[in-house]
Each structure stands twice: as structure tokens, then as C-alpha cells.
Design a protein around this ligand. Structure first.
Ligand code: ARG
Length: 412
């Protein structure tokens, strides 16, 4: 039996050409794998048929939308995952779920190699291949664009010559990757980082400068994940989809950053993630009232490390798993409701309510009913500041005055 290669197939020009290109270069049969992570566009059936028409011996398609929402987007929400404080990991979290299906397909169809359409300059090649090595250590990897000199020009030429059922004239100036968690746009005139994004860059969001009337949404969370919107029960996927529409209509979640890729390049990216950004804003505020102070402070560090690991393609790594366990444990009491106002590019928290809140009105109030014993504050402050005071007394002893270096002219 000839050896087989499974290919991560999007249905677009490059991966459609890659089917024949890889088969010719390696003499092996190609199995196309298409995974729906909520990217929209053509149906899986259309994509499946095109793969077969382009020469794939088999086509494996999977509707992974709920799997992606439940097992990849929700952990990202629990971690408030924002790379460089801005990017909600849109592409970074879709690679591991696609990888899982690639490895499953390789096993099902007896393939020894996995192929993907990434270039040699980005993060995604790393995410796919590190994931494949981890889930299927016996598998080899190949990337036709990177390893078999498949350029855009050659792809167009090949598609026309072989009469492949794929559009070759439609010229999109951008490289786009999208799923239900968001949309990433790069290249073209955006590579000049002084250029502002034009209207045609955006698809998930409306222009926030001319918003419709404010939209107030009540989000109910159970242990860190959304379970209802305005009192209506939703799945994680439905929560993201509905908030993509509502927050998208208000222009929420547009992000423009120059980011540090794992491979050492700084690159300009435009993202749109209306649902994700609204959910993260709500989730963060619910954590503010339900996590104990030290837990919250420490979790910030864990969240950041988790986010960097995921960005860097370490989704299946032992440390990422350990941090998941920590984060999951912190979510035990992150339940309750957040009222968010969506308007003009911003998701603003207006109210919070939780049975498991640590906010204690009788401790916080300055009005009647104050239960906080203010007299204990004095002793607390004396002891809390003692080590600094003792150090300052040493300065007095040695230099005749306290050390204000760096503070300038206090002893003027
Ligand atoms: N820079 C982002 C990341 O590494 C997005 C890359 C998405 N790919 C694309 N062709 N736009 O996660």
C-alpha cells in the first residue's frame, strides 16, 4: 500500500493546489482534513467535495465548533488569555484542535505524515508541528509552502493548468485566519506599521464611531464560563456567537498591535474579537468580586504564563496542563451575573451580582451598618510599616537623615 499524507485543508487556493503538489513531490496519496472551528463561509460538504475533486483520495471533515468553544475558548476565557495584554489568542487556540483531528485522521487512514499550509516565518507552523510531535510522536511533518517551494504564483499557475475547481482571480491583499473566537488579518499595506487599517480590513465588527443605541447584556457565569445571556440558557458556542453579533454591532474588540512572534519577528496584526473581548471583560470583573486578593494577584502571573505557553505552541505541554489545573481550581466560585453595556467600541461593566461574592457591604460601607473595626487599623499599619521604619532609622544613624535618593529634593 502506498504511504499516505494527511493535509490540513481549508478549501482555499493554496491547500487545494497542495493536494496535487504534495502527491507529485512525494509519490504518496493525500487525505484532506477540514475542521470547522466556526470560520463561516462554505459548508463542510462543499469543502469535502472540492478536496476530492482536487485529487484527495479521502476527505475527513469535522464539525468541531462546540469542541473548540468548550475545550479551547473556555479555558482561554478562564485564563483571561490576552497575549501582550491585547490579543485573545484567536489562531493560537485553533491550531491545537485542528492538530487533534489531523492526528486522528492520520491514525484512521494509515498516514505516516501530516502536512499543513503554513509558511516558515510564523507561529502556526510551530503550533501544528509541536502539537503533532506530542500527540503522534511517530508522525512526520511537511509544509509544501515552506518545504516544497509552493509559492502563490506557482499555485495559481498549477490550478489553472489542472483546471482545479477553485477561484484563482479573486485577489485578497490580506492573509486572514478566522474562527468563532475572532479574526486575524495581516500582510498587504498593513506591513507598513504607520498605515491605519481601512474599512475593508474588518468583517466581524461595525465601525464603532457611529454606533447604534447602547445594548445592555446580562451574562450569567457558572465556574468561570458563560451559561446564560439575558436569562436564556446558552452553550459556550452560542454565548460566543451571540456576543459576536451584539458586541460586533457596537464595534467592540478591534485590536491593532505589533506583536512578538515566537520566531523572533515583530509583526503587525489586526484582530477582531467582539464576543471574546466582551466575555473577558465580564469574566475579569466577576473574578474581581469572587477571588480572594492573594489568589487574584497570583492568578494574574499564572494567566500570563498560560497565555505565553499557548501563544508559543505549547498547548499540549505538561506545564500548560499544570497551569490549567490551577486555573480551574480558582474558578470554583466564579459564578454569578455581570451586566455589561455594549456601546461605541466599549464593553463596560455596570453591575455585578453573585451568591459566592466576597464583596461584603457591611465591611465596605461608609454609611450606617459599618461592621469594620477601624480601631484595629492603627496597630496593623504600625506593624506593616515597621521594617521600612527600622531601615530608615539606620539611615538616620549613619547619614543623619533618611535616604530619599531617587526622590530628589526632600531635604532642600
Ligand atoms: N499572529 C497571530 C498568531 O500568531 C495570527 C496569525 C494568523 N494567521 C494569519 N494568516 N493571519 O496567532
Amino acid at each position: 500500500m502506498t504511504d499516505r499524507i494527511v493535509l490540513a485543508y481549508s478549501g482555499g487556493l493554496d491547500t487545494s493546489v497542495a493536494i496535487g503538489w504534495i502527491a507529485e513531490a512525494t509519490g504518496q496519496e493525500v487525505v484532506a482534513v477540514a475542521v470547522d472551528v466556526g470560520q463561516g463561509g462554505e459548508s463542510l460538504e462543499t469543502v469535502r467535495q472540492r478536496a476530492l475533486d482536487c485529487g484527495a483520495v479521502e476527505a475527513y471533515v469535522a464539525d468541531a465548533r462546540d469542541e473548540f468553544a468548550d475545550q479551547y475558548c473556555m479555558p482561554t476565557l478562564k485564563a483571561n488569555g490576552l497575549y501582550m495584554d491585547s490579543y485573545p489568542l484567536v489562531s493560537a487556540i485553533s491550531r491545537p484542535v485542528i492538530t487533534k483531528h489531523l492526528v486522528a485522521a492520520a491514525q484512521q487512514f494509515g498516514a505516516s505524515t501530516v502536512a499543513h499550509g503554513c509558511t516558515g516565518k510564523g507561529n502556526d507552523q510551530v503550533r501544528f508541528e509541536v502539537g503533532i510531535q506530542t500527540l503522534g510522536p511517530e508522525l512526520k511533518c511537511i509544509a509544501p509552502v515552506r518545504d516544497l517551494a509552493l509559492t502563490r504564483e506557482l499555485a495559481i499557475e498549477y490550478a489553472e493548468k489542472h483546471d482545479l475547481p477553485i477561484e484563482t482571480t479573486k485577489k485578497n491583499p490580506f492573509s486572514i485566519d478566522q474562527n468563532v473566537w475572532g479574526r486575524a488579518v495581516e500582510t498587504g499595506f498593513l506591513e507598513d506599521i504607520w498605515n491605519g487599517p481601512t474599512k475593508d480590513v474588518y468583517d466581524y465588527t461595525e465601525d464603532p464611531s457611529f454606533p447604534p443605541a447602547p445594548d445592555v447584556v446580562n451574562i450569567t457565569f457558572d465556574q468561570g464560563v458563560p451559561v446564560a445571556l439575558d436569562g436564556q440558557t446558552v452553550t459556550a458556542l452560542e454565548a460566543i456567537e451571540q456576543l459576536n453579533r451584539r458586541a460586533g454591532a457596537q464595534g467592540i474588540g478591534r485590536i491593532d498591535i505589533v506583536e512578538d512572534r515566537l520566531v523572533g519577528i515583530k509583526s503587525r496584526e489586526i484582530y477582531e474579537a467582539p464576543g471574546a473581548m466582551a466575555l473577558i471583560a465580564a469574566h475579569r470583573e466577576l473574578e474581581n468580586i469572587t477571588l480572594e486578593r492573594e489568589q487574584a494577584r497570583f492568578k494574574k502571573t499564572v494567566d500570563q504564563r498560560w497565555t505565553e505557553l499557548v501563544y508559543d505552541g505549547q498547548w499540549f505541554s505538561p506545564l500548560k496542563r499544570n497551569l490549567d489545573a490551577f486555573i480551574d481550581e480558582t474558578q470554583k466560585y466564579v459564578s454569578g451575573e455581570i451586566r455589561l453595556e455594549l456601546h461605541g467600541g466599549r464593553a463596560t461593566v455596570q453591575g455585578r451580582r453573585s451568591e459566592t461574592s466576597l464583596y461584603d457591604f457591611s465591611l465596605a460601607t461608609y454609611d450606617a451598618g459599618d461592621a469594620f473595626d477601624q480601631s484595629s487599623a492603627r496597630g496593623f499599619i504600625d506593624i506593616f510599616g515597621l521594617s521600612s521604619k527600622v531601615a530608615s532609622q539606620r539611615e538616620q544613624r549613619i547619614h543623619g537623615k533618611p535616604d530619599f535618593s531617587g526622590l530628589g529634593s526632600l531635604d532642600r
